[in-house]
Design a protein around this ligand. Structure first.
Ligand SMILES: [Zn+2]
Length: 269
């Protein structure tokens, strides 16, 4: 009895999808309407005044990221650039922009960033970083009387998005817009992330025209509920590019590119 019931139940379970797919058109329409009803609503049109942008300053004062060719820390570069981008976005009408500075140890700070963005119901998350190279590529020189490290082999900015982000398509769309702006201002993206020499730092190049890479494992990109993009603004281990990244002109250029890209992104939503 028990066994035959189980068999009957198993047959019914196997048949269930077939039965559902053979309902008449009227019932199918009802099912389709019900499916539509539970779909999440489309994002609301973008009103710049209410569009919550979080500018995430990469790393913390305790865990400061890469060290530049002249022994400055990445956290300082990130903070200065993010603050300027924040000012320019606000001046352009994106009044709900916030510069997010996080404290604590590296790993814990990543989860804090994501928690802050998700709790705030952010509409966009842009993480600001400056780039270096894998340790094996470092060369030594003397700067300010101290043994220091550099690599002039690579330069350029790069943009990263995660396919695990629930708003991957929107993230990619913004990254492409920003990449386009930077290209039109004469900047060349960092092509090395597509090369085998980068080993575990190698990434799939999603847009070879403007330098957008896929980086699924990044916590700040994959666990944020809003669209999210990470910008490596330029290399600070490259001696010439470090000087450029330290200049007000370059910071202004990047901030302008972000504002223009955000305006286009907002208009297209
Ligand atoms: Zn970084």
């Amino acid at each position: 009895m028990n066994i035959s019931w189980r068999i009957t139940a198993a047959i019914a379970a196997a048949l269930f999808p077939l039965l559902v797919s053979s309902v008449d058109d009227g019932q199918a329409a009802v099912a389709r309407r019900a499916a539509r009803a539970i779909k999440p609503p489309a994002p609301e049109p973008c009103d710049p005044r209410r569009f919550k942008i979080i500018l995430d300053v990469g790393h913390t004062s305790e865990s400061q990221g890469a060290t530049s060719a002249r022994n400055d820390v990445e956290f300082g570069f990130n903070l200065q650039l993010a603050k300027l981008i924040g000012e320019r976005l606000k001046a352009a009408g994106f009044a709900a922009t916030r510069v997010l500075v996080t404290d604590g140890k590296a790993r814990a700070s990543l989860l804090k960033r994501v928690g802050t963005a998700n709790d705030a119901h952010a509409d966009f998350f842009l993480s600001i970083h400056h780039d270096s190279v894998p340790d094996k590529m470092l060369e030594t020189w003397e700067f300010d009387g101290a043994k220091s490290y550099f690599s002039d082999r690579f330069s350029g900015h790069s943009l990263f998005v995660s396919e695990r982000n629930p708003r991957f398509a929107a993230s990619l769309a913004f990254a492409k817009l920003l990449g386009r702006e930077l290209k039109e201002k004469g900047l060349q993206y960092a092509g090395q992330y597509a090369l085998p020499v980068m080993g575990r730092y190698r990434h799939e190049l999603l847009d070879k025209d403007v330098g957008v890479y896929r980086y699924d494992g990044l916590v700040v990109l994959s666990q944020t509920r809003s669209a999210a993009v990470l910008l490596e603004a330029g290399s600070i281990i490259n001696r010439d590019e470090e000087m450029a990244m330290n200049s007000p002109e370059r910071r202004e250029l990047i901030a302008t590119a972000v504002v223009t890209a955000m305006r286009s992104y907002c208009e297209r939503r």
